[in-house]
Each structure stands twice: as structure tokens, then as C-alpha cells.
Ligand binder design. Structure first.
Ligand code: CXF
Ligand code: ZN
Length: 373
């Protein structure tokens, strides 16, 4: 039996999202049907809209969904009907990366997340009687209902029962990426300096996590002074405007260099400057989406001689269930106060929510599809 839902169809750059009736396919044994309560908006949704990623259009986007399980397939053990869940990206579970709990580097990332269908090519959604591209990040949560998978659903623990799902929704992408980059990918050590370039969701999450890790100083760099002020409230000990020779100021503050530099901007010059700031054994973590033609240039003897590391990072090396639960616990303890980043919008106002993100007015827009109860 198919399920009727309302979903926001993305038709491409400069086109408004159109909310229309769709049908969800029947559930497979390893799938769950989720009634979506809320979904965060991430820059990756907008990159797909603008044709910068190889996802077929039109498509139903949305990959920071949270909701309530309505139905589960016979093999599902991760959650049961009635459970409150958050969703993240999907992975195959049987490649060399998944084998070592590194699913952000899944060898089958594209078919599992970006093909517009299930990995086996079958559609999860229909519109006007024809297959609609969906299953985006294994969810397509810009909708009232979604089909998700055993591997990308995380049950919200009972100790977090009082936290609204609309607040937890964005945890499965940008927040996980920034916090995971610090806590898992770079394994930031207490007492060492870190500089974070860019204070969007990923950068802010990295700053909050750097405070959890005990990094010192924690330096935020951005071109937006309001964002820098918020970064200080969330844990940055220093904040420098990128338009005013931030590298020189960082060198004054940390004459022996920084233990960690984390780039969320994807800007070649910023990344190369960041490399030049690294102390011996320093780690430069890179997550920012860059121009596909860019090639980085850095000095070989400075790289090798100081034992420095340049590390590409996807999804903060999250292992999904355990790490998202850890982040929920940090949030419960008041140590990961990401609610400060969120601005809420009704689902019908999806275009306004996107505009607020693109203008920089809201760090993390979250769409509200329905009340929880
Ligand atoms: C993704 C990239 C691949 C791993 C999970 C997060 N980023 C989405 O915006
Ligand atoms: Zn994302």
C-alpha cells in the first residue's frame, strides 16, 4: 500500500519549491516510514538545486529530517512505530569504509544517497503517477512523510524525551560534520590552539566542540561581525574578521603556530593561508565545498618537515547512531547549544527559509512540517 504525502519539489536554480501531493512506495524489509515533524536546510540542498552536484532534477531534497516512526519493515531493529527519530545520510553497510564504521566514506555513497532512487534503482516516490527523484540522503525529508533506512535512522533516547524534535532535526548533517571534525576526524587535544575559518553551521559546531575538547585558544574567522559575536558566545576565545589580515593576528596570538586549522569556506586562498599557520604536527581539516577546478599549493618541506597533516573530511567521520546519540547527550548537558543557530519556518514558507539562509540572516533554518503530538 502506498502512502500519500505532501512534498516540496525542487525543479532547479531560480525556481521556487512547489509543495504537491506525492505517493511513497511500499516499505522494504529494511526501511521505515517516518512522519516528518521538522527538517533543517543545509547548503548541500541548495548546491543540488543549483546543479552543482550530480543529483537528478526534479527532486525532493531535505536531509536533516526528524519525526515519528509510522511503520517499519520486517528486518528493522533500530526503531519501532511511535518512536521519535532523527535521520542522517545513508550508506551501504558492506564496503571497506562501512566495515570499519566510517560510513561517510561509503564506497556506494552516490547510489545510496544521490541517485534519486534506492541503490537498486527503484523509486521511493511517485508524483502524478510517475517516478519522482527522491531518497535524497536516504530520506527526502522536505515532505510530510519519508521512507528512510535502517542505517540512517537514529532513535532519540528516552532521556531526551523533553527535547522537541524540531530542535534536534539539524543534528544529522552540518552539526554532526563540524563537531565530528573536531572530536573524531582531527581528535583535537586539550590545550592546543585551533582556528576555525567560516562560522556557518559547520564552523559554529566546530567551535562548540573545540570548547568541549578543551582547545585553547579557539579562534573564529569570518567576514561577518554578527556571526563572530555569536561565535564568541558559543566558545570562541578570539574572533578575527577575515577582511583584516586574520593570519597576521593569529600569528601574533600563537607564535609557534596552531595545532589545528579547520576550513569550512572552501576558498583556496583561505585554505593555503591556514596551512601556513600550522604548528609542527598541526592538522588542517578541510570540509568546505570548493571550486572543482581548484588545486591547493603548499610548501613541501613545511608539510613533511613538520609532520603536518592535510585532511579531507566528510560528515565529521560520523558513525551515525553512536555519534548522534553522543551529540544529543552533549546538547542535553548544555555543552552543545546549537539551538542558538536555529530559525524556524513553516513548511509552506520553504522559499523564505532558503532566502534567510542565503542572505546570512539565519544560520540554520528549520522547516516545521507538523506538530509532534
Ligand atoms: C554530507 C557529506 C557526506 C557525509 C555526510 C554529510 N554533507 C551534507 O551536506
Ligand atoms: Zn547537509
Amino acid at each position: 500500500m502506498t502512502t500519500r504525502a505532501q512534498a516540496a519539489i525542487c525543479r532547479g536554480k531560480d525556481q521556487p519549491f512547489a509543495i504537491q501531493t506525492v505517493e511513497l512506495d511500499e516499505l522494504r524489509a529494511d526501511e521505515l516510514r517516518i512522519r516528518i515533524v521538522a527538517c533543517g536546510i543545509c547548503h548541500t540542498d541548495l548546491a543540488v538545486r543549483d546543479g552543482q552536484l550530480p543529483v537528478p532534477l526534479p527532486v525532493v531534497l531535505g536531509h536533516e529530517g526528524a519525526g515519528i516512526v509510522e511503520a517499519v519493515g520486517a528486518e528493522v531493529t533500530v526503531a519501532k512505530p511511535g518512536d521519535r527519530v532523527v535521520m542522517s545520510f545513508n550508506s551501504c553497510g558492506h564496503c571497506p569504509s562501512c566495515d570499519v564504521d566510517a560510513p561517510t566514506y561509503c564506497y556506494n555513497f552516490f547510489p545510496e544517497n544521490w541517485a534519486g532512487t534506492r541503490a537498486d534503482g527503484t523509486p521511493t516516490m511517485f508524483a502524478d503517477g510517475a517516478a519522482m527523484n527522491a531518497n535524497f540522503f536516504g530520506q527526502s525529508a522536505f515532505a510530510t512523510h519519508a521512507i528512510a533506512h535502517q542505517r540512517n535512522v537514529v532513535r532519540v533516547p528516552d532521556r531526551a524525551a523533553h527535547l522537541p524534535l524540531e530542535q534536534l532535526a539539524p543534528i544529522g548533517c552540518g552539526l554532526m560534520t563540524g563537531a565530528g571534525a573536531v572530536l573524531r576526524s582531527m581528535k583535537v587535544r586539550a590545550g592546543l590552539p585551533i582556528v576555525v575559518f567560516g562560522t556557518g553551521t559547520v564552523g559554529m559546531a566546530a567551535i562548540m566542540a573545540a570548547k568541549v575538547a578543551g582547545a585553547d585558544p579557539i579562534i573564529a574567522v569570518d567576514v561577518n561581525d554578527d556571526r563572530l559575536a555569536l561565535a564568541r558566545e558559543l566558545g570562541a576565545t578570539h574572533a578575527f574578521n577575515g577582511k583584516a589580515d586574520a593570519p597576521a593576528k593569529i600569528r601574533d596570538l600563537c607564535p609557534t603556530g596552531v595545532g589545528y586549522a579547520f576550513d569550512t569556506t572552501g576558498i583556496k586562498r583561505v585554505i593555503e593561508d591556514a596551512f601556513g599557520l600550522l604548528a609542527p604536527k598541526g592538522v588542517l581539516g578541510i570540509v568546505g565545498a570548493s571550486d572543482p577546478a581548484d588545486k591547493l599549493v603548499f610548501n613541501e618541506s613545511q608539510f613533511m618537515g613538520g609532520g603536518r597533516t592535510v585532511k579531507g573530511i566528510l560528515g565529521g567521520d560520523s558513525d551515525v547512531g553512536p555519534f548522534l546519540t553522543e551529540l544529543i547527550d552533549l546538547h542535553l548537558a548544555g555543552r552543545f547549544p546549537f539551538e542558538r543557530l536555529i530559525g524556524y519556518f513553516d513548511f509552506a514558507d520553504i522559499d523564505a527559509a532558503i532566502a534567510a539562509s542565503e542572505s546570512g540572516q539565519v544560520v540554520k533554518p528549520v522547516l516545521r512540517m507538523a506538530a509532534e503530538g
